[in-house]
Design a protein around this ligand. Structure first.
Ligand SMILES: CSC[C@H]1O[C@H](OP(=O)(O)O)[C@H](O)[C@@H]1O
Ligand SMILES: Nc1ncnc2[nH]cnc12
Length: 317
């Protein structure tokens, strides 16, 4: 199935209280849970009415088709960040198309699953970290939907949704995995892993807890699209700073990733069992991030760019 410009249809259906087939009956705004699967997580099982949908966006094609359906009565939309078969390098993931496509499908909340290296002895391979801060060292990626012709500035002081992250943490805890409730993720450009000097500098002077290549600009774009975003980072290695572990090898990462992926799937299942299916107004304001963010006067806006922003910013344009 191909979805083109469905934003208005989705919004109208949700406001009219029309539940998605198989979804729980709801009062208020309907939740649709988006899951972005990282390395090792290319699908999720158990969806009722599962269908891989092609979604077109003004920002190009997303990483892959999007798997929709319901899980424990919750509307779901799953997108493998690197595509099935891991075809997109971290620098080339179409981050804007991915977030736009999820928004276009009516996603209100995103659980972002990622592999990461650790800078802390006590964050060991196999542990999960609820990331709540970022240091953005990416350099070659479009990091905003907005630009000249429609300028907007959203706050990313608190770049993740504390409310959704709390629910994800509770779900992850049911799997028995060791969970760290807070952590700072350094987003590097990649695709090479860090040099020893970089790894030591990050660890000794900058203070991040984990390192990965993909959560930026994803988190910033989710905020611009007014979607609650909860990243869960699954530790696969100690990066290269650790005297007992040496360089990061993909073979080691893949071995740990397989166990992590099973725990990620269990977390997603537990999360859907705990959700009501309603997206209550976000207490942190994620879903109103654009309220006062757009600076460009209406008569000065570029109509072409405004048209491209129909899904992510249609609420305020
Ligand atoms: C396979 S290790 C490097 C690779 O894994 C992570 O991807 P994701 O964040 O999508 O799980 C990391 O960021 C790198 O892209
Ligand atoms: N050490 C590391 N650095 C960057 N990305 C990673 N993904 C998994 N391990 C990583």
């Amino acid at each position: 199935m191909t979805v083109r410009c469905v934003q208005n249809c989705v919004t109208l259906a949700r406001r009219a209280g029309t539940p998605h087939k198989g979804a729980k009956q709801r009062k208020g705004l309907m939740m649709r849970l988006g899951v972005i699967g990282g390395s090792g997580v290319y699908d999720i099982d158990g969806l009722e009415g599962a269908e891989w949908q092609t979604v077109e966006t003004p920002w190009g094609a997303p990483s892959d088709q999007i798997l929709t359906g319901t899980l424990n009565g919750i509307d779901m939309a799953f997108l493998p960040r690197h595509g099935r078969g891991h075809v997109h390098s971290p620098s080339d993931v179409p981050y804007r198309a991915n977030i736009d496509a999820l928004k276009r499908l009516g996603v209100t909340d995103i659980l972002a699953v990622s592999a990461c290296g650790s800078f802390r002895e006590d964050m060991a391979p196999g542990d999960f970290v609820m990331v709540d801060q970022f240091i953005d060292r990416t350099r070659h990626r479009a990091s905003s939907f907005f630009s000249s012709g429609c300028v907007a500035h959203v706050s990313v002081a608190d770049p993740t949704c504390g409310s959704l992250s709390g629910k994800v943490a509770k779900a992850a805890a049911t799997t028995g995995v060791k969970l760290h409730p807070s952590g700072t993720y350094l987003a590097m450009e990649g695709p090479q892993f860090s040099t020893l000097a970089e790894s030591r500098m990050y660890r000794d002077h900058w203070g991040p807890d984990v390192i990965g290549m993909t959560n930026m600009p994803e988190a910033k774009l989710a905020r611009e699209a007014e979607i609650c975003y909860a990243p869960i980072a699954m530790v696969t290695d100690y990066d290269c700073w650790h005297p007992d572990h040496g360089a990061v090898e993909v073979s080691d990462v893949i071995r740990v990733m397989k166990a992590n992926a099973a725990n990620a799937r269990a977390t997603i299942h537990a999360l859907t069992q705990d959700l009501s299916g309603t997206h209550a107004p976000c207490p942190h304001g994620c879903d109103t991030a654009l309220e006062y963010a757009i600076m460009t006067a209406p008569e000065k806006r570029d109509p072409g760019l405004v048209a491209k922003l129909d899904a992510v910013a249609g609420r305020v344009l």
